[in-house]
Write a protein that binds this ligand. Structure first.
Ligand code: C6P
Length: 404
């Protein structure tokens, strides 16, 4: 059982008011709020440890390195990777996907090769593949989805050819909330000897992710969506794959030796981590993962599932409200429109009531085209949200629709 009141006390920002109203923060898919332990970790490290990592013989540098590499172990344990060599720190999901698109593309993609993504992807899992396609002459194939917002598995199977080189798909949709059947998706791809990247930005904060159990080849996610600081992310990759891929960026850290004639590269994971990393951020990120683990990701998943079902039921009572994304397996991102009220107007008026939601295309314009709309209002839940907050949202929408 989750003690929500106690959890809420860990997040100072939840006590604040906006426009004189208590903040109801329902924009967790964009970014989550941070518990005190995470923010304190940043201040403490800057005040008492700060030194560049991996480089110094001195005490502080060694301590900072231990914290930074300790965080890598925390991440490894959180997703049950086999080795810390498989955990590459990046700036976020976006950079993780760009890293893979570049490195995988350099090594494995030839003109005419095919990369498969789905119709529900975030721009971060579309544009890097388009850039790769134009660089290498590859072809992007799009897996269609149903009106409920589910991958059409039969169509997916049919898209494989002997030119398919990679499947890159979101684990959980940031718009529809759909939790994709990723195990099945991975199994099918592996039957064709094709590796899979999962965009886990919206999965990691909400459901248990075990990369070994999934047998996923690559997994990308961001710290800031799982109660950690901004500017940190992870690319998980199976060691056998990462060994084969060339570096993404050049600079300090990623080299073994440099002469003007030739550079040899560092071992994993440093081969992919050019430059000074955000070592203060990685420590705070580990604190966020520890925080989530202490509550228990299964308990969080269960609580958020109940909250999502409650929110969906209550929202559906509102006349003229249409929900986009009604997959059987669904997480806590709820997209909707009401009557002919523009999503931006609804979001702006909700904001005046102290309710933070996101409006617009949510960085998924092709999905909006598929749905035949320009945008939605999206309420997205986090572990500190309550039924009372859902009631405030529903009452707010009702008040606004009456005005219209
Ligand atoms: N989606 C949202 O409001 P970054 O910005 O790199 O941390 O994450 C990008 C990203 C990638 N994939 C998915 C599925 C995502 O949802 C996001 C971020 C936010 O929906 C901000 S656009």
């Amino acid at each position: 059982m989750i003690d929500i009141q106690k959890i809420r006390e860990d997040f100072p920002i939840l006590q604040r008011k906006v426009y004189g109203k208590p903040l109801v923060y329902l924009d967790n898919a964009a970014t989550t709020q941070k518990p005190r332990v995470v923010v304190d970790s940043i201040t403490e490290e800057y005040y008492s440890v700060n030194a560049n990592v991996h480089r110094g013989v001195h005490f502080l540098s060694q301590q900072a390195t231990e914290l930074h590499e300790g965080s890598r172990k925390t991440v490894r344990d959180f997703i049950n990777a086999q080795s810390t060599n498989e955990i590459i720190f990046t700036r976020g999901t976006t950079e993780s996907i760009n890293l893979l698109a570049f490195s995988f593309g350099e090594e494995f993609i030839k003109p005419g090769d095919e990369i498969m993504i789905s119709a529900m992807e975030h721009h971060s899992n579309i544009v890097p593949w388009q850039l790769l396609s134009s660089r290498k002459g590859a072809v992007l194939k799009i897996i269609p989805i149903s009106d409920q917002g589910e991958i059409l598995m039969d169509e997916y199977q049919k898209l494989f050819t002997d030119r398919t080189k990679l499947v890159s798909i979101t684990h959980v949709s940031n718009v529809l909330g759909t939790i994709n059947p990723v195990r099945e998706i991975i199994n099918i791809a592996h039957q064709h000897d094709v590796p899979v990247l999962l965009d886990g930005a919206q999965a990691i904060p909400h459901i248990k992710v075990d990369v070994q159990e999934l047998d996923v080849d690559f997994y990308a996610f961001s710290s800031h969506k799982v109660y950690g600081p901004t500017g940190i992310g992870v690319l998980y990759g199976k060691e056998k794959w990462l060994e084969k891929l060339p570096p993404y960026q050049g600079g300090g850290e990623m080299i073994q030796s440099v002469t003007f004639e030739k550079t040899t590269f560092n071992e994993l994971p440093f081969k992919f981590e050019a430059g000074t990393p955000d070592y203060v951020g990685t420590t705070a990120f580990a604190k966020a993962l520890d925080y989530v683990s202490a509550i228990g990701i299964e308990a969080i998943a269960q609580y958020e599932h109940e909250l999502t079902q409650y929110a969906t039921r209550q929202l559906k009572q509102i006349e003229g409200l249409r929900i986009y994304g009604e997959a059987a397996d669904k997480g806590g991102a709820i997209s909707f429109l009401v009557g002919d009220i523009h999503h931006f107007d609804l979001g702006t008026l909700l904001d005046r009531l102290g309710i933070a939601v996101r409006t617009g295309h949510h960085c998924a314009q092709p999905l909006m085209q598929r749905l035949g709309i320009t945008g939605t209002v999206r309420a997205s839940l986090g572990l500190y949200n309550t039924k009372e907050e859902i009631d405030i949202l529903v009452a707010g929408i009702q008040r606004i629709t009456n005005m219209f």
